[in-house]
Design a protein around this ligand. Structure first.
Ligand code: TLP
Length: 345
């Protein structure tokens, strides 16, 4: 039985072109600034985002945390939505590492409005933590792969500029958002002071994320990366795969989005609650409550058929389409879902 792994797009394996590039990569000691391939990747990524500088980091989590460390002072508060990766999945790192608390906003599908953010900005008051940063997630993972519109991003940028506050975008899946919404990643980055994106999700590179921003910000982040032990040596072998990911992989994401929509429509026909119209990118979150089956039970039954998924909460189960899921595997996953639910019903 071949396993159909819909747990995440993080499970994607490097392409043949990536492995070839890794094999041939020119390398040096990147902590000394001597790795030509890392430098090439950083320059390429900065250019793509229309920012002066970039930093290659171990993970998306590290990229987000370096942004918080580099923008904020100890005691500051960062505005995030309550379901954001930073608030939900980063193990309390803003408090642990930066001494930064989070002001969480409850936003529809994870997409905050400028008005909600404005209401969360603290007044100058000795009793309250100063607002130090606004963080947006695009596309939004727990929101079901939802995306910010450029209009919304620009409204938030204008608000932030008015308050003298920096904006960071957790763009782990920014290429998914860009492909789905038909904008450039640079147009998103233009609405923020910093942006992080992952090479190791839908773009299929084995390891690594990128943080972009201005030179001074990236210099601070580089120092914080060293503090956290994230200075890498001959990292060109990884950067080489990252370059292939950026050059060759973004366009095909539309295929993952088409398959996610197909999966959502099939799930809805089976009685799982999901707003298939809302599926814009590669993430589908099904609500199993109507079937009277918890997400954990559904996950286990699917697993017995070789279909792997992620539990979001009691009745919410996530499935993610990606490079290793073709049409035939998707149809097998849908058939498996139908078999499990029909037996259940
Ligand atoms: N998300 C992972 C898990 O951590 C939940 C996944 O499977 O989706 N920002 C966003 C929006 C993310 O979805 C993730 C990873 C990250 C940051 C962190 O990236 P990594 O895993 O590289 O630290």
């Amino acid at each position: 039985m071949t396993v159909i792994d819909l747990r995440s797009d993080t499970v994607t394996r490097p392409t043949a072109a990536m492995r070839e590039a890794m094999y041939r990569a020119e390398v040096g000691d990147d902590v000394f600034g001597d790795d030509p391939t890392v430098r090439e990747l950083e320059e390429y990524a900065a250019d793509m985002c229309g920012k002066p500088a970039a930093l290659f980091v171990v993970s998306g989590t590290m990229g987000n945390q370096l942004a918080i460390l580099s923008h904020c002072r100890r005691g500051d508060e960062a505005i995030v939505d309550y379901n954001s990766h930073i608030a939900y999945y980063e193990a309390g790192a803003p408090a642990v590492l930066a001494g930064v608390s989070l002001r969480t906003v409850v936003a529809d599908d994870g997409i905050m409005t400028a008005r909600q953010i404005a209401a969360a900005i603290r007044p100058v008051d000795i009793h309250q933590p100063p607002t130090g940063l606004i963080c947006l997630e695009n596309s939004h993972n727990r929101g079901g792969g939802t995306c910010y519109s450029l209009t919304r991003l620009r409204q938030i940028r204008d608000l932030a500029v008015g308050h003298g506050l920096p904006v960071h975008i957790d763009g782990a899946r920014i290429f998914n958002a860009a492909v789905a919404r038909g904008y450039q990643v640079s147009e998103c980055a233009d609405c923020a002071d910093s942006m992080m994106f992952c090479l190791s999700k839908g773009l299929a590179a084995p390891v690594g994320s990128i943080l972009v921003g201005d030179r001074e910000f990236i210099a601070r982040a580089r120092r914080w990366r060293k503090v956290l032990g994230g200075g890498m040596r001959q990292a060109g072998v990884l950067a080489a795969a990252g370059l292939v990911a950026l050059r060759e992989m973004p366009e095909r994401l539309a295929e993952d989005h088409r398959r996610a929509r197909r999966l959502a429509e099939a799930g809805r026909e089976l009685g799982l609650q999901v707003d298939a119209e809302k599926i814009e990118t590669n993430i589908v979150v099904f609500d199993s409550q109507w079937w009277g089956i918890t997400a954990v039970e559904l996950q286990q039954k699917l697993k017995q058929r070789g279909i792997l998924t992620t539990v979001f909460d009691r009745y919410a189960l996530r499935m993610v389409t990606h490079y290793q899921i073709d049409d035939e595997m998707l149809e097998r996953a849908i058939a498996g879902l139908a078999a499990v639910l029909n037996r259940q019903g």
